[in-house]
Design a protein around this ligand. Structure first.
Ligand code: ZN
Length: 82
């Protein structure tokens, strides 16, 4: 029993989806379900870390905004002088 799906590499409908892995009979692309589950797990861990620690990035953005504001004020002063 097998069914064919679209292959992410070559785009042909030749990706044979088997129980534990998929492979493309056209370009030999293969996908291990167990491996991809694991990589999804690590991706999720990374996203959780990003959700738990968004503070530093916001602080940096504030600093950048402050800096840009200062820059604009300097430019305005220069315009007033000229
Ligand atoms: Zn393919």
């Amino acid at each position: 029993m097998s069914n064919y799906r679209g292959c992410p590499r070559c785009g042909e409908r030749s990706l044979e989806a088997l129980h534990s892995y998929s492979h493309c009979i056209n370009c030999l692309y293969s996908e291990d379900r167990y491996e991809s589950l694991e990589s999804h797990y690590f991706k999720a861990l990374k996203e959780i870390k990003n959700i738990q620690a968004p503070e530093p990035e916001q602080e940096n953005r504030k600093e950048i905004l402050k800096f840009k504001k200062l820059e604009n004020e300097e430019q305005n002063e220069n315009k007033n002088c000229a």
